[in-house]
Design a protein around this ligand. Structure first.
Ligand SMILES: NC(=O)c1ccc[n+]([C@@H]2O[C@H](COP(=O)([O-])OP(=O)(O)OC[C@H]3O[C@@H](n4cnc5c(N)ncnc54)[C@H](O)[C@@H]3O)[C@@H](O)[C@H]2O)c1
Length: 354
């Protein structure tokens, strides 16, 4: 299969995962971009990259680059995605997709009108554990789903000092921050993906319990789906505790639990016992995300976490915020319509489409 040539935009903590995965897929890492020169020098050295640029505006002029990953502040996802699409680059943009549904629409339109792929970095569904769990659900092993619960609860800075080291995109809602948009986005994506439907309404509580800051530190939502299944999504950033993140799915003839952290497992519940199920474990956590992004470009398929899907996840997250403010169930605008994938093509990966 043809291999795409990649540029990485934004060299913060997450960029390392992307560089590892680009290289474990044998894709060519052509250039990086960041205004901080010491970061460019470090990444060039660590990953044997030839070129670096001071900003995305310079990088997107590089004709050697087919695709970019945008891995920086949430408030910048919208503008940079549009710039990159307009320069003819395929885009993998980190989560959360953007700060409003209008921004999501503009990003989707920019990809469509430039005939490039847009994939949203809803990375946790690409874990080996998640893919195995989805295979089991799709095989009808546990029967129709009755309900599901997904959560990701973690220590998010135990005191004011270490929390203040977090970037604005994590601690300021104005910059798209808070636990709900940062990690709730993964939980809502995996919940909706395993339930295999689009949400119709949300009742939620989103707010602060652990610290005084300009964004939430917990979110907990009850979500109704169009296929009649209900689910619960929870993301909490506390001051002290022990990490737990898991999906628990209850079917009519079996149960399924799967997690990646702190322990990787897929467990099938039958006859009052939990059996461990084997799964493929890729060389690094973002490996499959790049495997399928590359496949979507080279085979001209819709990315499995395409722009419309990324937008729908944002719609659920924003509805949860609204529900929390009004103390009412919020009905989503798409209630009477099923949206279609933009291309009508089968998505990349054979495990993940709805
Ligand atoms: N999917 C996951 O599991 C996962 C995990 C961690 C972070 N993330 C996401 O990754 C993204 C990046 O997070 P982070 O913590 O690595 O960010 P960060 O703030 O640490 O780094 C961002 C970098 O972008 C650079 N930058 C700013 N403007 C730029 C421009 N115009 N061109 C090039 N570079 C520019 C900054 O100098 C900085 O080095 C966020 O969206 C975050 O939510 C995803």
């Amino acid at each position: 299969m043809k291999k795409i040539r990649v540029g990485v935009i934004g060299l913060g903590g997450r960029a390392t995962s992307h560089c590892k995965a680009i290289q474990s897929n044998n894709l060519r890492l052509v250039a990086v971009a960041d205004p901080q020169e010491h970061l460019c020098a470090k990444f060039k050295n660590d990953y044997a990259i030839d070129k670096s640029y001071n900003s995305h505006l310079e990088l997107i002029k590089d004709n050697e680059i087919d695709a970019v990953v945008i891995t920086l502040g949430h408030q910048l996802h919208h503008k940079l995605t549009i710039d990159c699409c307009n320069a003819g680059k395929h885009v993998l943009v980190e989560k959360p997709m953007a700060l409003s549904l209008e921004q999501c629409d503009e990003m989707i339109l920019a990809a469509q009108s430039n005939n490039v792929k847009l994939q949203v970095g809803l990375s946790q569904r690409y874990y080996g554990t998640s893919i195995k769990a989805k295979e089991i659900l799709d095989s009808n092993e546990i029967g129709p789903i009755v309900s599901a619960l997904c959560f990701m609860n973690k220590n998010w800075g135990s005191n004011a000092d270490d929390y203040s080291n977090r970037r604005p995109q994590y601690r300021s809602r104005y910059h798209g921050g808070g636990m709900w948009l940062t990690n709730g986005v993964h939980v809502v994506d995996r919940l909706s993906w395993v339930i295999g439907s689009q949400a119709s309404s949300v009742s939620a509580s989103v707010g602060n319990k652990s610290r005084y800051q300009a964004a939430d530190d917990y979110g907990s939502a009850f979500i109704r789906y169009k296929n009649g299944v209900t689910g619960h999504a929870q993301a909490i950033g506390y001051l002290n505790g022990a990490f737990n993140g898991e999906c628990y799915v209850i079917g009519t003839k079996g149960s399924l639990r799967f997690a990646q952290h702190p322990e990787k497992f897929v467990k099938l519940g039958k006859n009052e016992e939990w059996a461990d199920i084997a799964f493929d474990d890729p060389p690094n956590e973002a490996h499959n995300e790049w495997l399928y992004f590359n496949e979507s470009i080279t085979k001209d398929l819709e990315p499995s976490t395409h722009g419309d899907w990324g937008k729908h996840i944002m719609e659920i997250l924003f509805a949860a915020e609204q529900s929390s403010i009004t103390s009412k169930e919020v009905f989503l605008n798409n209630y009477s319509n099923y949206f279609a994938q933009a291309s009508g093509e089968i998505v990349s990966g054979n495990f993940s489409w709805i």
